[in-house]
Design a protein around this ligand. Structure first.
Ligand SMILES: N[C@@H](CCC(=O)N[C@@H](CS)C(=O)NCC(=O)O)C(=O)O
Length: 328
């Protein structure tokens, strides 16, 4: 896919930082669940749900990876919006992998779907956004919950060898450890890069920068411990790998330069994290169902999305690093 340059459509990004210069991410609003129970409010069905994403967003990337990993892309189709945020939110433009219009209603903006679901809605129009075609509403717009419900509730639609019962992303004996890691990785790494990149005071920037790198050091130490390679919790990919991957694959190419997360780089300063990242990215075997991570990563779109989001005055997309990811 080719990326278009920045044409400076209406460059306006809703402010993430509050008055105190800090990013306080608001909780997602739609929090219903799909269930494998056919009598539930949102039962798992084929051709009933779609998920809206864009190809730059790390939260949406989690869901894109999951659908590829579980072989669910024909059960829950993905609808891609432009990676460039305009005042009315994400739009469908035909650029950078985006649909030219929303295929369900012909809408030009994701906002229109949120308002169709709830005309009184005043929250942000975020991706990922899981939509129910039957009830014509947003089921859920919180990536961590979408991720989990898609791999637990759709097992009947997943090819047998990829089901949770056979190849779990959240194995019973690791659940406590994965939950614990999710908590600090979310706060200081996944969301941490945003707290650094969108800080509007020097103090907020520095505070979160050091917290972020302390957590990367902690992840490097985690990978040194027995049973923590090649993936975070051993020989198989788990939910924790998906959640960390979408942040770390953006690190050297976008966060270091555009978000000024620049104390260190993954490729030069974190040998174990670098091995882990390359292993996950380049895997084309069974663990990744033939390359789910690589196939869903669009480096040029990621860089472009962040340049626009950070309101860099000249909107120039950094060309480097020379290799977005190094070979194994
Ligand atoms: N907690 C949410 C965050 C999602 C989110 O913030 N997505 C960004 C894109 S990376 C978005 O849609 N932002 C639009 C806005 O805030 O107006 C999740 O994990 O799903």
């Amino acid at each position: 896919m080719t990326t278009t340059g920045v044409d400076k459509k209406e460059l306006e990004f809703p402010k993430l930082a509050d008055q105190d210069g800090q990013v306080h991410r608001k909780a997602s609003t739609f929090r219903s669940s799909i269930s494998s129970d056919p009598n539930s409010e949102f039962p798992a069905e084929k051709d009933r749900y779609v998920v809206y994403i864009n190809l730059g967003c790390p939260w949406a990337h989690r869901v894109n990876i999951l659908l590829h990993l579980k072989g669910l892309t024909s059960i829950i189709p993905i609808i891609v919006a432009d990676c460039q945020l305009v005042p009315n939110g994400w739009s469908f433009t035909g650029d950078d992998g985006s649909a030219t219009a929303d295929p369900l209603y012909g809408f030009k903006h994701l906002r229109d779907l949120y308002l169709k679901a709830d005309p009184e809605y005043t929250g942000r129009y975020t991706v990922p956004c899981l939509w129910d075609k039957k009830k014509e509403t947003v089921v859920n717009n919180e990536s961590s919950e979408i991720l989990r419900m898609l791999y637990t509730e759709f097992d009947a639609f997943v090819p047998e060898d990829r089901r949770e019962s056979v190849r779990p992303l959240f194995p019973k004996h690791l659940q406590k450890e994965i939950e614990e890691m999710n908590e600090w990785v979310y706060d200081t790494v996944n969301n941490g890069v945003y707290k650094v990149g969108f800080a509007t005071t020097q103090a907020a920037y520095e505070e979160h920068l050091h917290t972020l790198f302390a957590s990367l050091d902690r992840l490097e130490e985690h990978l040194e411990q027995p049973g923590h390679s090649p993936f975070l919790f051993g020989h198989h990919i788990t939910e924790a790998d998906i959640r960390l991957f979408t942040t770390l694959i953006r690190f050297d190419v976008a966060y270091v330069t555009i978000f000024k997360c620049n104390l260190k780089m993954i490729r030069y300063d974190y040998p174990r994290l670098h091995d882990w990242l390359r292993k996950v990215y380049w895997d084309e075997g069974e663990e990744s169902n033939g390359g789910a991570f690589q196939k869903t990563t669009y480096f040029d779109i990621i860089k472009k999305g962040y340049v626009l989001a950070s309101k860099a005055p000249n909107a120039i997309i950094p060309a480097g690093p020379l290799h977005a990811i190094l070979p194994l």
